[in-house]
Ligand binder design. Structure first.
Ligand SMILES: NC(=O)N[C@@H](O)C(=O)O
Ligand code: NI
Length: 167
């Protein structure tokens, strides 16, 4: 059994997450009034990427459970589309990511979201499957349905254990 590797979680910010996708959050986002001023539109927080033959955008709800023990051994990517997760009951989660392209295990980073934040993984961004911190956490998921293979998986040589920043 290979030695697990601890990675310190980072707070999720647009700038830090930019190589992997977008942060879906009203904080710090541009907004403009619509509906005669009764509604604020936080516009285009993320782009939906739908690539390849017969690609369609779909909306699903994932009801996730925490991974226990919290040890990540597998990551995946969706080369033909983005995948967004938006919490429906304020469930914080871990966004464990690595840059698109050839998988580089040394480049894995762990972001801790606030319950008010969602993410959109860019097409091809390596990520761990949904990792909510609390039981029965619901997320609206926007991703791609269509022809072709849209899920590549990779086994980590060293399992990753997220740890919170000391202090
Ligand atoms: N398998 C599936 O639809 N979900 C994963 O892609 C995930 O990122 O959770
Ligand atoms: Ni995924």
């Amino acid at each position: 059994m290979t030695e697990p590797r601890e990675i310190i979680t980072e707070p999720l910010t647009r700038e830090a997450f930019a190589p992997f996708g977008e942060v879906i959050d009203t904080d710090g986002a541009d907004a403009f009034p619509i509906n005669q001023g009764r509604t604020e539109r936080f516009h285009a927080l993320a782009q939906v990427e739908l690539l390849g033959e017969g690609a369609q955008g779909i909306l699903s709800i994932f009801r996730g459970q925490p991974l226990e023990p919290l040890k990540i051994t597998l990551m995946e990517r969706h080369p033909l589309g983005s995948q967004a997760f938006v919490p429906l009951n304020h469930g914080a989660f871990l966004a464990v990511v690595a840059p698109p392209g050839e998988f580089d295990e040394s480049a894995v980073r762990v972001f801790l979201t606030k319950g008010s934040q969602g993410v959109s993984y860019r097409a091809g961004t390596w990520h761990a499957p949904l990792l909510p911190l609390a039981a029965d956490s619901d997320y609206l998921v926007v991703d791609r349905q269509g022809a072709g293979s849209n899920c590549d998986e990779v086994e980590l040589k060293r399992p990753v254990i997220p740890v919170s920043r000391p202090g």
